[in-house]
Design a protein. Structure first.
Length: 316
């Protein structure tokens, strides 16, 4: 004898379709802020301990913390805000592998191809922007799914910041080592200056070039060197050259305005002999103003590219 279940009795539930778990790890919001604050505190603490104890074994820690702090913070911010779907492995590959290949390639090419001349900084810009784009293409060669403006902006910036971090570590080391021993003050000044300027240099320029490069990438993964790609590469190389040339351009402008008869040899040394107070003020104004102008041009360019991409506007 069977009985029907009473009204209201629980019934078996058939589970509905489950959403697949994300293929990328979940990074909590605001991690970049903790990285910046914690990293800055560690850098200051390391500097104080190094100064108090004169322990030279702390110099690598101080150099690495100061050189990587700002680049890593900006990469985390870009990943958190706009690139979670790209994957952590791609971000790490672009930052570490891409940055290292860029530094090595630029060092080799500049050693064999460049010589001191009036156009040396143009050659530096062309070489370094080319090797960074080459490093980006190498890292992404087996990932045809990665294309489009948003992916190019983020991954290009990541390669650029990896390049900037390693380059800054080299400059900091050179500043620390002097004929009189370890110059801690020069090391700290170099890291502070390059840390402040890092967001407006390599990361910005390679983001622009990478965004356009991946916009014209084919669905099968092949890279196309179209006219916009080549034009963008030349444009960011020019920004790079202007950025590196601001010191020399400022000296030339001061010499022209103040009527100083600098011969070629003194001008090549990169400073004005026995400058007056007026010349010092003019040099500061032109050198700082030139870097600000180049930075604003780069920021306006990258913002105009980001506004054209709907997927960038739809990210948090």
């Amino acid at each position: 004898m069977t009985y029907s279940p009473p009204p209201g009795a629980p019934r078996a539930r058939i589970p509905g379709p489950q959403q697949p778990p994300p293929t990328y790890p979940q990074i909590r919001t605001g991690l970049w802020k903790h990285c910046l604050g914690g990293g800055l505190a560690l850098w200051v603490l390391t500097a104080l301990v190094t100064y108090a104890t004169k322990n030279t074994t702390l110099l690598p820690t101080l150099i690495l913390l100061g050189s990587f702090l700002v680049p890593v913070t900006f990469v985390l911010w870009a990943y958190e805000r706009h690139g979670r779907d790209l994957g952590v492995s791609v971000i790490l590959g672009c930052f570490l592998t891409g940055g290292t290949l860029g530094v090595l390639g630029a060092s080799v090419m500049e050693y064999y191809l460049l010589h001191p001349s009036l156009w040396m900084f143009v050659g530096v810009g062309l070489i370094e922007e080319a090797v960074k784009l080459g490093a980006l293409m190498f890292v992404l060669r087996r990932q045809p799914r990665l294309h489009g403006m948003r992916a190019g902006l983020i991954l290009g910036a990541t390669v650029g910041f990896g390049f900037a971090a390693l380059e800054s570590a080299g400059y900091a080391f050179n500043a620390a080592v002097s004929a009189k021993g370890i110059d801690l003050r020069a090391l700290l000044e170099t890291e502070i200056l390059r840390g402040v300027l890092a967001p407006f240099g390599h990361g910005l320029w390679t983001a622009i070039a990478g965004g356009v490069l991946l916009t014209y990438r084919q669905l099968n993964g092949r890279f196309r060197f179209t006219a916009p790609v080549v034009g963008t590469y030349l444009g960011v190389s020019l920004l790079h050259a202007l950025w590196d040339s601001t010191h020399g351009i400022a000296i030339w402008l001061v010499a022209r305005l103040s009527g100083t008869g600098l011969d070629k040899q003194l001008f090549a040394q990169g400073y004005i002999p026995r400058p007056t107070d007026q010349q010092e003020h003019l040099f500061t104004m032109f050198s700082v103003g030139g870097m600000v102008l180049v930075a604003l041009l780069g920021i306006a360019w990258v913002r105009s590219l980001a506004r054209r991409d709907p997927s960038w506007r739809n990210t948090p």
